[in-house]
Write a protein that binds this ligand. Structure first.
Ligand code: SF4
Length: 324
């Protein structure tokens, strides 16, 4: 069984002498439930911001709707709490106009994989330089326990009193099947040292880094991930010189470990589809995929008056002329 506090504490204390401290990245007090896995993810991104000395005024967290999407309120950076399912297009808009900003997206399994699924697919394809964190608690928490696209078959919820009818959507496998993928990783909130390492590598990746995080919802699914927390058979730790490298003390907690080259997409897809033994680490990384903002960087920008003229020309096409 993992002890998050034991793993996380030593490296947090290393931040004391930096210009920006963890305190600089704290927003309002969290309203998440006690022991909610979102708290571990919040701590991980605050730690990243402090370690990387990201200027708060140059950093923006964008979210949609859901428990996880409250995260921008708890950051001491800029934030945008967008409409349900619309975090990714808002983040893309920010990135295309301000490529100098550090852009993060926090989204839930409902926000990303249900109402926002169309945007998810195209955001992966556009591969804009940002870090996307999918908080996958496999339930709608904010609206009080409704089945989500990633809920396992048979899960009893307020909208599936006889158990969820369908097999769950697999965010890792789905992402690895999309076009122009450049970074896909899987983390869990209860192993924070690995969570922090993965988020750090995602941040340093140039392109859209998609990190799916198993996130506990103790309020509505109190024992849901216990099988993974207690049973070392159920997870495989992926390490590699080009991927995740973990300390022995952490590695030895995993009975199953694999040297996985994150350039091997076929093996990445096999790992993503193995629901008996869930992968933990970086499944795929390709830094050579073109970013959309780079493609558009050479496009000549229109002046304001040119934009107005272009818009008016478009509107004029729909003018209904009175009969002569
Ligand atoms: Fe976290 Fe669940 Fe509470 Fe939402 S309902 S804050 S996901 S524990």
């Amino acid at each position: 069984m993992f002890d998050p506090i034991e793993v996380l504490s030593p490296s947090v204390s290393d931040l004391d002498d930096e210009a920006y401290s963890l305190d600089d990245f704290e927003g309002v007090d969290s309203r998440w439930c006690h022991r909610c896995g979102n708290n571990a993810i919040l701590t991980a991104v605050q730690k990243l911001c402090a370690e990387e000395q990201l200027a708060p005024e140059k950093t923006v967290f964008v979210s949609g709707i859901g428990c996880s999407s409250r995260l921008p309120h708890y950051m001491g950076t800029y934030g945008f709490h967008a409409l349900h399912g619309r975090a990714l297009p808002v983040a893309e808009g920010i990135k295309i106009r301000r490529p100098d900003l550090h852009v993060f997206v926090t989204t839930g399994d409902g926000d990303c994989c249900s109402i926002g699924a169309g945007h998810w697919l195209h955001a992966i394809r556009y591969n804009m330089n940002m870090t996307v964190l999918l908080h996958d608690n496999q339930i709608y928490g904010l609206t009080k326990k409704q089945v989500s696209p990633t809920s396992p078959r048979g899960l009893v919820s307020n909208t599936s009193p006889h158990g969820a009818h369908l097999e769950p959507l697999n965010p890792l496998a789905a992402t690895l099947g999309m076009s122009n993928i450049s970074f896909v990783a899987h983390a869990v909130d209860w192993v924070p040292s690995v969570l922090c390492d993965i988020i750090k590598q995602a941040f340093h990746h140039r392109g859209l880094a998609f990190v799916c995080i198993m996130q506990r919802c103790p309020n509505y699914l109190p024992d849901h991930f216990e099988e993974y927390i207690k049973d070392p058979e159920r997870m495989v730790l992926l390490t590699h010189a080009q991927g995740l490298q973990v300390e022995d003390a952490v590695a030895k907690r995993f009975k199953h470990r694999e040297e996985h080259d994150p350039r091997d997409i076929d093996r990445a897809r096999e790992l993503a589809n193995n629901r008996e033994r869930v992968p933990l680490g970086i499944l795929y990384r390709n830094p050579d995929v073109l970013c959309y903002e780079d493609v558009r960087a050479g496009v000549e920008h229109l002046s304001v008056s040119d934009k107005i003229s272009a818009l008016e020309r478009e509107f004029d096409k729909f003018t209904v002329q009175p009969p002569s």
